[in-house]
Each structure stands twice: as C-alpha cells, then as structure tokens.
Write a protein that binds this ligand. Sequence first.
Ligand SMILES: [Zn+2]
Ligand SMILES: [Zn+2]
Length: 71
Amino acid sequence: MNPNCARCGKIVYPTEKVNCLDKFWHKACFHCETCKMTLNMKNYKGYEKKPYCNACATRRSLRRTRAKVSA
Ligand SMILES: [Zn+2]
Ligand SMILES: [Zn+2]
C-alpha cells in the first residue's frame, strides 16, 4: 500500500517518495510553503509540520516575534 502525498493527495510511489515531517511527499511536491523553492532532506526546515526553505523559515520565526512587519 503506497501512501498519499501530503501536498497533492496523489499516491506516492517508492521511487519518488520523500518521508519527512511524519508525512510522505513526492519529490516534486516537497517544496517551500511560501516561495515554492524545491527542497530536499538536507536543506528543508520543518515548521508546524510544513516544509520551508531556510530563508522563509527565518522570516516566519521573525514574524512570530514582530507581528507587524510586512514583507
Ligand atoms: Zn504530490
Ligand atoms: Zn521559501
């Protein structure tokens, strides 16, 4: 039984599977929530069970402390 992709909901086959943040993703679907940059196991940052690139993860954590900053 193959799992469904956390992003697109379609079946993920072993050749394209990324197992991250307690979910399964297509390699192509494992991209930053904010800027859509393609990520991999080495460079992603998990935040609230979603993948972000380094820059967006940093921006998110800044926004948490300084709520009124607009990008
Ligand atoms: Zn997918
Ligand atoms: Zn990003």
